[in-house]
Ligand binder design. Structure first.
Ligand code: AHM
Ligand code: MG
Length: 340
């Protein structure tokens, strides 16, 4: 019989892989795992509880409609992290400002946690996969003081861990502490995340591209040329409208996910802190690449606001390189392009 390795066991076994191996990060990851199980329970019975649909409350800090289940997931994550004792501050896509956390029993936590509690929330009403995305940083300010904005404005390259939970046909938690990527599937019969995907490696190329092609005419010409090329090469278009799900497929089967600038979203739609950085960390750890449409590595982008947006091209390394080549070539003045 195969030995089952639970998320808790795995985290403890791998604790020494992490450069600040003090057990605090271990505790934090376990707490996120607990929050994920609670959110999963609600996502699964959402229809029964009548908590589907748009919340009475308005819109979130980025101006999107907030669903009830987003609020629930947000609350549960905040509760679990507040009680963990390892976290000194939280920033969530659903909150305008960051939330400082006072230490319990006089001990101040060292870690900052950022998250999108329920990504792809427009899919909730129709029973399509959604996900939680998280990133963990070490605080920059002195451990004796309350956290400040600068603690959160760190580049993706400074992440010490990141991950996501996919509430799909089964529920998976995928995370990395900078030493490869591992995935755990929730076994509902025992209520544990069990190691199911060890040392995930993204294929160099894949047959899928993922973009909201409905916006095609609103993309810059160089991005349109790259998308034309994807069609010419008979790549298959898959777009769930839930970034976690689209990236998850690409992580295992290879491909590229694009959310370029459009006329509606000139700076892109996805948030750097809550979505692009954690998922880029995971994809890079699995051997992939992630850059913005100005061809800068996502993890190096400077950040000046909690809800800053970014454009993104992320996935199989050879395909992100192809996209780069197209953007470079078709951004050239027309006179030069004639000779390329
Ligand atoms: P959300 O965090 O408000 O759910 O928004 C993020 C989602 C991504 O999961 C998805 O890739 C994208 O928005 C879809 O946007 P669009 O409908 O413009 O294609
Ligand atoms: Mg969201």
């Amino acid at each position: 019989m195969n030995q089952i390795v639970t998320l808790d066991e795995f985290i403890i076994r791998r604790q020494n892989d992490f450069q600040y191996a003090t057990g605090e990060l271990t505790g934090l990851l376990r707490d996120i795992g607990v929050a994920a199980k609670i959110i999963n329970r609600e996502v699964n019975k959402a229809g029964l509880l009548n908590i589907l649909g748009t919340a009475q409350t308005s819109s979130n800090a980025s101006g999107d409609t907030v669903q009830k289940l987003d609020l629930y997931a947000n609350e549960k994550l905040i509760d679990c992290l507040k009680n963990s004792g390892e976290c000194c501050g939280i920033a969530s896509e659903e909150n305008e400002d960051f939330i400082p956390i006072e230490g319990i029993t006089g001990k101040q936590g060292k870690y900052i946690v950022v998250f999108d509690p329920l990504d792809g929330s427009s899919n909730i009403d129709v029973n399509v996969s959604v996900g939680t995305i998280f990133g963990i940083y070490r605080r920059k300010s002195k451990a004796t003081a309350t956290v400040e904005l600068n603690d959160f404005l760190q580049t993706g390259a400074e992440l010490v861990a990141a991950g996501y939970v996919l509430y799909g046909t089964s529920t998976l938690l995928v995370y990395s502490t900078g030493n490869g990527v591992n995935g755990f599937t929730l076994d509902p019969t025992i209520g544990e995340f069990c190691l199911s995907h060890q040392n995930i490696q993204i294929p160099k190329r894949g047959n899928y591209y993922s973009v909201n092609q409905g916006y095609y005419l609103k993309f810059d010409v160089e991005m349109r040329r790259y998308i034309d090329n994807c069609c010419d090469e008979n790549l298959r278009l898959r777009y769930i409208g839930s970034m976690v799900s689209d990236i998850h497929r690409i992580l295992f089967q290879g491909g590229i996910f694009l959310y370029p600038n459009t006329r509606k979203y000139p700076l892109g739609k996805l948030r750097l802190l809550y979505e692009c950085n954690p998922l880029s960390f995971i994809v890079e750890q699995a051997g992939g690449k992630a850059m913005n449409c100005q061809l800068k590595r996502i993890l190096d982008l400077p950040i000046s606001q909690l809800h800053q947006k970014a454009t993104i091209a992320i996935g199989s390394p050879a395909m992100v390189d192809d996209m780069k080549t197209f953007v470079e070539r078709y951004s050239l003045p027309a006179s030069i392009n004639e000779h390329v």
